[in-house]
Design a protein around this ligand. Sequence first.
Ligand SMILES: Nc1ncnc2c1ncn2[C@@H]1O[C@H](COP(=O)(O)OP(=O)(O)OP(=O)(O)O)[C@@H](O)[C@H]1O
Ligand SMILES: [Mg+2]
Length: 366
Amino acid sequence: MSKVTLKNVVKQYDSFVAVREMSLDISNGEFLALLGPSGCGKTTTLRMIAGFVEASAGRIFFGDQDVTDLPPNKRNTGMVFQGFALFPHMNVHQNIAYGLEMRRVSKDEIRGRVAKVLDLVQLDRFAERMPRQLSGGQQQRVALARALVINPHVLLLDEPLSALDAKLRHDVRLQIRQLQQSLGLTTVFVTHDQEEALSLADRLVVMNGGAVEQIGSPADLYERPATPFVADFIGKTNFFKGTLEGDRFTTDAGTSFKVAAKVARATLLGVRPEKIKIAVSQPSAATVHSDANEIEGVVELVSYLGPFTEYQVKVSGEQRLLVQQANRDVLEAMHPGQAVRLTIPPEWCFLFNADPGMESDLMGEA
Ligand SMILES: Nc1ncnc2c1ncn2[C@@H]1O[C@H](COP(=O)(O)OP(=O)(O)OP(=O)(O)O)[C@@H](O)[C@H]1O
Ligand SMILES: [Mg+2]
């Protein structure tokens, strides 16, 4: 078990920078998730921690020990690789024992330790099976047992659940979390599944183009995204371009919203779909109360999603908003073509300064 520190770690392939100036403090026993789009540098970061990829610059520490120049077998990390593979010609016991044999652990001790981890991942009856005789989830748990058996200082998991169906994913994910907590293992977990990251991790690191965008607890990132990228990547966010004056944000289409947040020269307003209130528009109350942050629209699409219904609503300026309404108290869903009034609570508006290129990406413009 150990604390892991990255100091200005860089990975460069020729002129391409895969990871730029990454600094991280991972506490002892912490479960940290690395999250970000494909190619953002998650696997590269994990492999630098394990020692399979050499850092181009910067230092990596386990506790107080500088491990930057140590080979992988001297770092004592347990790793489950992306698209992992068990040795197909070895049974479950042999697959798990392999790492201990490499470390010249005695036969008796190997037997005891393999039995113990098999028990941990609840596969004690499967020791003699060959990998092809196991389900995907069982194979995944063998891979996990193989990483755990060496009593690693740090557990590194690279999308270990990606091959599993939704139900199994959920089960194995809970098992990993329980194991990690009961063993107090410092764990770095790579995923591009945000729900997985939110539900498992103590803290999340959102990466974008090789750099850290934001580090924080799941609630930090969801409720207080630091950048439009994070607001867009974690959960869904509706964006409006415009300008801020005092406590009013005026969109490019001319709608004015009162906002609570204070961000100097903000040019982008964001609001989560579930924070927007939706109601049938009342013709008698034709005037929209701009002080109440109301905006008129027409429902275009309705998706019933069980606990909530998601609406795509067209508002002024040809813009489309995503709105989610919990189905707890709703008797009848709204239908396409229906005129609706949306209310955008000032306290739930995010404000950002974004560069124009980023804004266009978020607004779905070419
Ligand atoms: N050996 C290599 N030589 C050159 N470029 C590489 C090499 N390995 C990785 N890269 C590049 O570095 C970037 C980061 O790769 P990495 O595997 O870390 O991404 P990732 O975040 O794990 O993505 P994914 O979610 O698809 O697994 C990618 O653009 C990749 O093409
Ligand atoms: Mg990867």
